[in-house]
Design a protein around this ligand. Sequence first.
Ligand SMILES: *Cc1c(COP(=O)(O)O)cnc(C)c1O
Length: 384
Amino acid sequence: MTTKELDKKYVVGTYARFDAAIERGTGSTLYDEDGKRYIDFGSGIAVNTFGAADSVWKDAVIKQLDKIQHTSNLYYNENGARLAEMLCEKTGMKKVFFSNSGAEANECAIKTARKYGTDHSPDKNIIITLENSFHGRTVTTLSATGQEVFHQFFTPFTEGFRYIPADADALSEAVDDKVCAVMIETVQGEGGVNVLSEEFLDAVEKITTQRDILLIVDEVQTGNGRTGSLYSYMKFGMTPDIVSTAKGLAGGLPMGATLLGERVENTLGKGMHGSTFGANPVCAAAAISVIERLDEEFLKEVEEKGRYIRTELEKIQGVRSVSGMGLMLGVEIEKKAVDTANECLKNGLLILTAKTKLRIVPPLNISYDEIKQGIEILKGVIEK
Ligand SMILES: *Cc1c(COP(=O)(O)O)cnc(C)c1O
């Protein structure tokens, strides 16, 4: 049986897959099982920060694999501790909880916010989230997600979320003494690569500070250099209390992290939360090697590449608009995004969609040569 046949027969059918089995690659150039070549504008959904089989990343992983693969959180673990130090020093946050995915990173954020709120007042447990947000696939993070389509099939959902449009008036209307946190993505990834307005983000900062409400920024997709700064909130000059991240953090190995600021650094105590694989030494070694390389010069290049792609896209007939920041771009086109993405695949370009847009989230070290090849394919498909 082929991979596709095996998958159809034995793997739970929750995914609408593209018709390709990606086998290997170097950087942003990948090959499928049939040897067909692709330019990668998706990086495994904003995960392979330094592309496929990057040598620095691979060395860090292999070095740890030669020592030990896993120890559990019953013992101290150097890589986890060093990574936590690194993340705190680079962000000003105080403590880190490690997990394995974005949903889990958000679960920790939600638990922390509820504990903080109810420590102050018994029913201060409501979390405000935004329409078009996406926070994960567990029952609670689906509940946090402000899109009706995600609130089906699995009732009862976790209570305690209030959904608002990204609008300052709606925010002040939704805030009362029961609200313990506001949770946002600065750029809504799955929701269509929507950059929130500075005006709204200012209003969020203001009201959360004034009303002793926690500010949670979900940086699962926007984090780890994706938008041209280490975390996107930095670009907006915000001071979140909780930051969740995952996707690109360990450059292709499963890792989530929840960064806690001063107000909540001691909110969770012994026995209140845990994760068997959290801070797994191999994943943590990978993450250290990723975070180490995201220096100012590199992040500037991410911005420049993003600007270049944007300019080139805007020249294409049939492109209505381009949204996003850094190397996280949404492209509104006249054609249907899903059909266009499938056509791109046939022509050797891996590209994603987000709602009605195409979504471009390539490895951050994609070369200009690969960018040009990818844009050429996209242009051909869109203008055909
Ligand atoms: C992908 C994503 C998640 C969920 O991450 P998983 O690792 O799939 O659990 C949560 N929030 C945002 C903003 C995401 O993009």
